[in-house]
Write a protein that binds this ligand. Structure first.
Ligand SMILES: *[C@@H]1O[C@H](CO)[C@@H](O)[C@H](O)[C@H]1NC(C)=O
Ligand SMILES: *[C@@H]1O[C@H](CO)[C@@H](O)[C@H](O)[C@H]1NC(C)=O
Length: 188
């Protein structure tokens, strides 16, 4: 519950201009599309939900919830996926499948950052957890910050540096525990 509250708070409140209805006209079935893909992923991989939550978390922790975590190496882009904090990250193929399903119905409409935010929520939702409102309208970044990804909270850090990293984003110890959760659960 703390996790959900935290996600809603951090990943919602800092974007005052976002709205729940952003895609109502342009992609009205978005929640259903993502939900169906998340369900499909969890059916074949019990850890898929944890992987998707972690993707959203790692996206948001580095320069905000802007999809930057998904940018691969390119001229001018040092991918966050290669950052120390993302060495064990899994589930990119699940994100790709969800995004492809969204694109096939609503081409060029929904940002990757919004897909990650919705996929995290649906991951909890379809597994019977409590729900939260996801606001939409995030723009995808054209830049990545590899240093930020190197400095993501690590399971090998001690408490004080971890607390500082969360505090820097307005998050407290409850949020830290909720989001750090169970690394072995996410990594298998
Ligand atoms: C990248 O992230 C690091 C660590 O959070 C930060 O110090 C730096 O200012 C960021 N760089 C840019 C260009 O935003
Ligand atoms: C963490 O995840 C592992 C692997 O899924 C599981 O065996 C363990 O019970 C979990 N621990 C907690 C505290 O949830």
């Amino acid at each position: 519950m703390a996790l959900l509250f935290f996600l809603a708070l951090l990943f919602g409140a800092s974007y005052a201009q976002l709205t729940e209805t952003f895609y109502d006209q342009t992609c009205p079935r978005l929640p259903n599309i993502v939900r169906q893909e998340v369900k499909r992923a969890i059916e074949t991989d019990i850890r898929a939900g944890a992987k998707l939550i972690r993707f959203h978390f790692h996206d948001c922790f580095v320069q905000g919830c802007d999809g930057s975590v998904l940018l691969e190496d390119a001229p001018g882009i040092d991918s966050e996926l290669n950052g120390l904090g993302n060495l064990g990250i899994q589930g990119l193929e699940i994100v790709d499948a969800i995004k492809a399903a969204v694109e096939s119905e609503c081409p060029g409409v929904v940002s990757c950052a919004d897909v990650l935010a919705l996929a995290a929520k649906q991951s909890v939702d379809v597994q019977g957890g409590p729900s939260w409102r996801v606001l939409f309208g995030r723009r995808d970044s054209r830049t990545a910050n590899r240093t930020g990804a190197d400095e993501l909270p690590s399971p090998f850090e001690t408490l004080e540096p971890l607390k500082q990293k969360f505090e820097a984003l307005g998050l407290d110890s409850t949020d830290l525990v909720a989001l750090s959760g169970n690394f072995s659960g996410a990594l298998g």
